[in-house]
Design a protein around this ligand. Sequence first.
Ligand SMILES: *Cc1c(COP(=O)(O)O)cnc(C)c1O
Length: 390
Amino acid sequence: MTITDIKTPAYVIDEKKLRQNLEILQRVQKESGAKILLAQKAYSIYQTYPLISQYLTGATASGLYEAKLAHEEMKGENTENHVYEPAFGDEEMVELCEICDHIVFNSINQLEHHRPVWEKAASEGKVSVGLRINPEFSTQDTHEIYDPCAKGSRLGICLRDMPQELPQGVEGLHFHTLCEQGFEPLETTFLKVEQEFGRFFPEPMKDNSNKIKWINLGGGHHITREDYNIEGLINLVKYIRQTYGIEVYLEPGEAIALDAGYLVTTVMDIVKTEMMPVLILDTSAACHMPDVLEMPYRPPLRDSEEAGELPFTYRLSSRTCLAGDIIGDYSFDHEIQIGDRLVFEDMAIYSMVKNNTFNGMALPDINILHENGDVEVLRRFGYEDFKIRL
Ligand SMILES: *Cc1c(COP(=O)(O)O)cnc(C)c1O
């Protein structure tokens, strides 16, 4: 089977592109000594975890389910499994201590509440515990809902709420403040953290038993984007490791599968309106690419331009009854016909993990385009997948 004869709507993961991204990330690990984790929140197609684990140090999870998925599917002798969540349940903590090697807490309350459980696992050398801090340093103003440093944020402990000394047993600090950003915002954020949280970092010739052993610089780094300053990142990681003698983790999500997937859709009808013709597609922004409405953004579409640039402009919309389920306006060099196929690009990230069946919409198949050109169906969904969640 090839990409032209798959059933639509369908996601297609591009194995070759995925590997190319992983090669870049592996180079960063090798040259800087950083340890890079897949943030599963962005991309959880576990059928590709065997490939990913050949390149990366492991995975990180936003909670128990993602942590279990990595535990089951991302194998390897030294593969690491990290977890962070604003609040953990009591039974969850017991299970997480069995399957995770790094646990990051969002507050001193949470750390102390779960202490009896994690402290035992830590004393047996099974888990290393960290605290998420909030450097209160926004480096973006485009996507406020994706800014953990926005005013009133619940994510991470601010400097004024940190104790003078690291609480007993804490070995790491974690911050996550970026979203789809280059290297420079990371550098300025780290410099602020170094200055303000410096008392928790080891110092030469001192007793460093209650200082951090690792720091996690979070995600939001677009490392695999063409214009990313990889040398800058490598130098920063080297600086941190050499100056403080601590491990440095990065946990990007997007960067792992950036541009490594498509959403293939078919034009089912064309409706004339007083503005422009509307294409009714067998996909939906609300169900299959919710970030288009949430972020919002205009997904790239193969062989098309901005509205009005080419002779034939259409509004691309969906077969749901949500009036605002509009993907965007695009132009083409030819007239579009019912039955044509369109291909949305960069659809591996924050898509399949966010799918829903609102409006009784079918979930798209999940396919993988192998490096030899063959397409394999990884998952096909049906009516039962809709019913089972109700
Ligand atoms: C979302 C998230 C990530 C991954 O972010 P990307 O923007 O996909 O790179 C990493 N760490 C934490 C704590 C997150 O919430």
